[in-house]
Design a binder for this molecule. Structure first.
Ligand SMILES: C[S@@+](CC[C@H](N)C(=O)[O-])C[C@H]1O[C@@H](n2cnc3c(N)ncnc32)[C@H](O)[C@@H]1O
Length: 331
């Protein structure tokens, strides 16, 4: 197995499986998107060190209700969650700054915390390193093992042993289109053992103005985050995108129940993909689709369960029913 292992102290271990994917596959994936009729770049490429920090800034914006709403639900969830925390392996997919798991762990007694193993899984190594250090300073956990991996393609590499609680917060599931989301949950379910749980954060369909404002903030942080993906692509592939040639464009697509984020060319542009000997041409106004953020209904909650052979144990919501945290159980 091709991975880098680092032990930062006797309680934090870091496993980086991204080298398994290989830079030539990454370049191919990006080029395929840029040559498609509707050009696209996968949102997983948002998250270099700068992108991860910009996302943290987004979560603190007044307009960005999802993080605040999900955190309010999480802050009081543990007593109503029928889970035995003794020797539990908590695996958080797309853990980011780990501020959500912090709220969760704060509600667990110290004697139980000492037996818990926490596995943050994220594509951003810097996010995992920073959050693991912060968590260890705050909680006396049995261990923290950071897994730097692509959770879509490398799900098999996450720990398979012990009793497990999977956490997938932030409605990151909404970044997949509906088929891919169902396949992902099914794949996860097939990796779960009887008695394992999944806590899934799902942002619900709501008023369009609230949705569109959340992705078009006044300070322009979401725009900066969106544009930064071009710097990440330049670093990974050697392209010569100039961020000032593009502008942020985000809107709600009511037919597909999703916010779409795009980067729109301000003029005709040619970008060199020299490592693959290609030139990517943009007409003024043409867009690169960078992210979908699907919004869900209660039917979707049940669809995931039916399609993936999971049962819905409990649904936690805020008073406005803007966000759901769904406890699925493998029976
Ligand atoms: C929308 S953010 C959510 C972060 C955090 N869970 C929260 O709720 O605030 C998505 C997170 O998933 C990570 N991520 C995105 N695509 C990924 C992938 N394919 N594999 C692993 N991590 C990924 C990003 O680095 C980022 O930390």
């Amino acid at each position: 197995m091709n991975y880098n292992k680092t032990i930062t102290n006797n309680k934090i271990e870091l496993l980086n499986y991204l080298p398994n994917i290989g830079i030539s596959n990454v370049k191919e994936e990006i080029l395929t998107g840029l040559l498609a009729k509707q050009k696209y770049i996968s949102p997983k490429f948002f998250y270099d060190g700068i992108g991860s920090e910009l996302f943290e800034d987004i979560t603190r914006l007044d307009e960005y209700y999802p993080t605040k709403t999900e955190k309010n639900i999480l802050a009081e969830i543990v007593t109503d969650l029928d889970i035995n925390f003794n020797k539990l392996n908590i695996i958080e997919l797309g853990s980011g700054d780990a501020s959500k798991i912090t709220l969760f762990l704060e509600q667990i007694t110290k004697d139980k915390l000492k037996t818990i193993n926490y596995f943050p899984v994220d594509i951003s190594q810097s996010a995992i390193e920073k959050s693991a250090e912060e968590l260890l300073a705050k909680f006396e956990l049995n261990s923290i093992t950071g897994v730097v991996a692509d959770f879509f393609h490398q799900l098999k590499l996450i720990p398979q042993n012990g009793k497990r609680l999977f956490c997938f917060f932030g409605s990151t599931i909404g970044n997949f289109n509906s088929d891919k989301a169902k396949k992902f949950i099914k794949n996860l379910s097939q990796n779960m053992q009887k008695g394992d749980s999944l806590l899934l954060g799902m942002d619900m369909v709501k008023n369009i103005t609230i949705l569109e404002n959340a992705y078009n903030d006044n300070k322009g942080i979401t725009a900066e985050f969106n544009l930064n993906i071009l710097n990440v692509v330049n670093n990974l592939t050697g392209t010569n995108f100039n961020t000032s040639d593009f502008e942020h464009y985000a809107f709600y697509n009511s037919d597909l129940n999703r916010i779409e984020m795009h980067l729109r060319a301000k003029k005709d542009i040619e970008v060199n993909f020299t490592s693959k000997n290609k030139t990517i041409k943009f007409n003024k106004g043409e867009t690169i689709h960078t992210e979908n953020s699907h919004k869900f209904t209660s039917e979707n909650i049940n669809e995931f369960a039916d399609f993936s052979n999971l049962s819905v144990k409990k649904i936690f919501v805020d008073s406005k029913e803007w966000f759901s945290l769904v406890h699925y159980l493998k029976e």
